[in-house]
Design a protein around this ligand. Structure first.
Ligand SMILES: *Cc1c(COP(=O)(O)O)cnc(C)c1O
Length: 400
């Protein structure tokens, strides 16, 4: 058994990642490229390890949000195209990106001017995608600004405008997506009428790619599906598998009498004598963190209230639980910043050091917590994993 010596770690099922990749590819129409989105540490799974596996299995295009994320992938040995989904606003950043062959997003005249200046100094060809604003209000330009940017960059032999894209605000809404798609398409047509053409036109994230195949255009940018989940409100018959398991060890154990209260504000009172295990996972690890969204209507509100009531009266499925040696136990009391308390019946044989599986928000698990990648019977730490190693172990036939 692999042992990092850590009390917290994440286990990633490499076969699940490969399976998810196969499933995503199965819904792409012919000639549609996959842009694998591995931002935010590959949605918590470990960007270096995940991208290495994906590249070994033939993925040749990645996207991340920030420059540091892209540079980390290059350091890991990722040779595929890597695109930034946000613009760079400082010259030093652009220089570094160009020198590492990172594909840029141009969202305004402001960042286009920087690239225009810097690329000539670097003397290297740089690929860029224009970002068009169609309703999200984040990054992107309208038709007029896009025309100006195209005009300005047309004289620059170092800049290759490889793509044009936009991002949807509410994929599950057909009306909203159709509207944005129409505006995007019209913008592309107008630019074409002025002589500006882009080989890679894309607007689909996971949800859009699944829901509206005609919007797949030339490429689909997918992260959520590769992470083994359908986006909220989207269903289908792909066999997706969550590769992620957060594990930790029991670090303290005591027996308390019936009637004892536990946790801050003493919110829970034991109904029997019980063992209380302390586990090193708290809300900073993404345990029991609820996003404070406004309920989406009266029905939603009632659902939330009902769940809280069911958890309160002790219906297991509605309280936060953990798994120890294959059995499910409830978390009691308020979750601490870095710890939580688990109630275990007195009769059960639990020991300090036992492994605990905890459900957490994957994206909140710190990058410093080790990711261990499992493939068949092998365990590979993320540091040991690069595309070549992944190909060797996982049989990346498509990896040249
Ligand atoms: C995060 C992101 C994606 C990927 O979205 P998923 O729903 O996870 O597939 C695609 N495009 C942009 C611009 C993004 O920021």
């Amino acid at each position: 058994m692999y042992h990092t010596g850590a009390d917290q770690w994440v286990e990633i099922d490499a076969e699940a990642i490969i399976q998810n990749l196969r499933e995503v590819k199965s819904i792409l129409k012919e000639q549609v490229r996959l842009i694998a989105v591995v931002k935010a540490n590959a949605y918590g799974h470990g960007a270096a390890g995940t991208a290495s596996i994906l590249e070994s299995q033939g993925v040749d295009f990645f996207a991340v949000t920030y420059l540091q994320e892209a540079l980390k992938l290059r350091k890991t040995g990722i040779r595929s195209e890597i695109m930034l989904l946000s613009p760079l606003s400082r010259e030093e950043q652009v220089t570094e990106a160009v020198n590492h062959d990172i594909t840029l997003t141009l969202s305004s005249t402001y960042d286009a001017q920087i690239l225009n200046r810097v690329s000539s100094e670097c003397g290297r060809t740089v690929r860029a995608h224009l970002k068009i604003e169609t309703g999200l209000g984040r990054f992107g330009m309208g038709l007029q600004e896009a025309l100006e940017v195209c005009q300005m960059l047309a004289q620059n032999p170092f800049i290759k405008l490889e793509g044009i894209y936009t991002h949807m605000a509410e994929a599950v809404s057909v009306r909203c997506s159709q509207e944005q798609f129409k505006l995007f398409s019209a913008t592309i047509d107008q630019l074409a009428a002025n002589g500006y053409n882009f080989p890679l036109q894309h607007c689909a994230n996971s949800a859009v790619g699944v829901l509206y195949p005609h919007m797949q255009m030339d490429a689909v940018r997918s992260g959520t599906l590769l992470a083994g989940q359908y986006p909220a409100g989207v269903h289908g018959d792909m066999k997706l598998k969550d590769p992620f398991k957060f594990k930790c060890r029991v670090i303290s154990l005591k027996t308390l009498k019936r009637g004892s209260t536990i946790g801050y504000y003493q919110t829970y009172r034991l109904r029997d004598d019980a063992q209380i295990a302390v586990i090193p996972a708290g809300y900073i690890d993404g345990l029991a963190l609820e996003v404070g969204n406004q309920p989406a209507g009266l029905v939603d509100l009632l659902k939330i209230v009902l769940k809280i009531i069911l958890a309160y009266i002790g219906v297991h499925r509605f309280s936060k639980t953990v798994i120890i040696s294959g059995k499910t136990y409830p978390i009691r009391g308020k979750v601490f910043m870095q710890m939580a308390l688990v109630e275990i019946p007195e009769s059960e044989a639990i020991a300090i050091g036992d492994q605990v599986e905890v459900t957490v928000r994957k994206t909140l698990v710190e990058e410093s917590i080790p990711r261990l990648f499992y493939y068949n019977d092998r365990v590979i730490s993320e540091e040991e994993l690069d595309p070549g190693t992944a190909a060797l172990i996982m049989g990346g036939r498509e990896y040249a």
